[in-house]
Write a protein that binds this ligand. Structure first.
Ligand code: ZN
Ligand code: ZN
Length: 282
C-alpha cells in the first residue's frame, strides 16, 4: 500500500526562500517544475542532489517576476539542461538572458501542461513589471506558490481555496518593520500594497479561507530584518488545527514533502513527510 501511495504522489520542497534567493520544486516522480531559480545554478544542483532529487526530473522553469532573488540562476540552469523557461514577454524584457528557443510565454489563467502537471499562472500585486503567482496541479492535488504579494486580492483567495499545500509569504512582523532600522521609503514599499505580505495578512488568509483539505502550509520569504522563523512558527502553530506548519528557510532547503494522489487513502499529514529519498533512486 505504501509503495502504491509513494508512486502516486505530488512532491514539493523549497530549495531556498527569501530575499536572498527563491526556488520551489513541485512535481511527481517523473515530472517536476521549478518556480523561480534565485540561487546560482551550482547551488540549485547541490541542494537538489542533497534531497535525493534529480535535474532530469525537472522539465521546465516558471518565472514569477524579474527581481534578482527569483531569476539569478535561471539562464545558466536553463542553458545547461536545455530547459524551457516560461516567462511573460514583459518580464522577459527585464529578466534573465535566455537562448531564444528556450523562452516560452504564458498567459494569466491559461494553464500550461508539463508532463502530467498543470501549471496555472495568475496575476498578483507586487512592484515588478508583470508579476504572477502559480498553482501546480496533478490528478486533483494542487500546490500553490504565493510569495512576493502586496495584498490579499480576491484572486489569491480563490486559488488558496483550491490548495492542498501552499508556500505562503509571511514576510514581516508589522511592529518589527515599523520600529526597525529600514528607511521610511523602504518600509512603505514593503507594506504599501505592492510589496510583501505581513505575518498577520498571511494568518488572516490561512484562518479565514483555508479549505478543509489543506494539509501543508510552508511559510515563505521571511524577512531577515523584520521577522523571525520562531515567531512565525509559533504564531501559525497556534492556529494549525491539524495542518502541517513549516518554515521555508533563507539558508537551506526544507524536507521534501508529499501528498498522496489517492485521497481515499487516509494518511495523516504528520506521517507524509519527510519522504524516504530512496524513492527517487530507482
Ligand atoms: Zn522575492
Ligand atoms: Zn519581488
Amino acid at each position: 500500500m505504501f509503495f502504491f501511495a509513494a508512486i502516486m504522489a505530488l512532491y514539493f520542497t523549497s530549495l531556498n526562500s527569501g530575499s536572498n534567493g527563491n526556488c520551489y520544486y513541485v512535481g511527481t516522480k517523473t515530472d517536476a517544475v521549478l518556480i523561480d531559480v534565485g540561487l546560482s545554478c551550482r547551488e540549485t544542483e547541490k541542494r537538489l542532489q542533497k534531497l535525493g532529487l534529480h535535474m532530469k526530473t525537472v522539465k521546465a522553469i516558471f518565472v514569477s517576476h524579474e527581481h534578482g532573488d527569483h531569476i539569478k540562476g535561471v539562464s545558466t540552469l536553463a542553458n545547461k539542461y536545455n530547459l524551457p523557461v516560461y516567462i511573460t514577454a514583459k518580464t522577459a524584457k527585464y529578466g534573465p538572458r535566455l537562448i531564444s528557443h528556450l523562452s516560452k510565454s504564458f498567459t494569466a489563467n491559461e494553464a500550461v501542461t508539463i508532463g502530467g502537471l498543470l501549471i496555472n499562472p495568475f496575476l498578483k500585486s507586487h512592484d515588478a513589471t508583470d508579476p504572477h503567482s502559480f498553482t501546480i496541479s496533478y490528478n486533483g492535488i494542487t500546490v500553490g506558490v504565493f510569495t512576493d504579494i502586496g495584498n490579499v486580492c480576491a484572486e489569491l483567495i480563490g486559488h488558496f481555496k483550491l490548495c492542498h499545500a501552499v508556500f505562503l509569504e509571511a514576510n514581516y512582523d508589522a511592529d518589527m518593520l515599523e520600529n526597525g532600522r529600514y528607511p521610511i521609503h523602504l518600509k512603505n514599499r514593503i507594506r504599501g500594497g505592492e510589496g510583501h505580505l505581513s505575518n498577520k495578512e498571511a494568518l488572516d488568509l490561512f484562518n479565514n479561507h483555508r479549505p478543509p483539505f489543506l494539509s501543508h502550509l510552508l511559510l515563505s520569504h521571511l524577512s531577515k530584518e523584520n521577522n523571525s522563523p520562531e515567531m512565525v512558527e509559533a504564531l501559525f502553530s497556534t492556529h494549525a488545527n491539524g495542518v502541517n506548519i513549516s518554515i521555508a528557510s533563507r539558508y537551506q532547503s526544507t524536507a521534501v514533502f508529499s501528498i498522496n494522489i489517492d485521497t481515499n487513502i487516509q494518511i495523516p499529514a504528520k506521517v507524509q513527510q519527510p519522504v524516504q529519498m530512496a524513492l527517487f533512486d530507482e
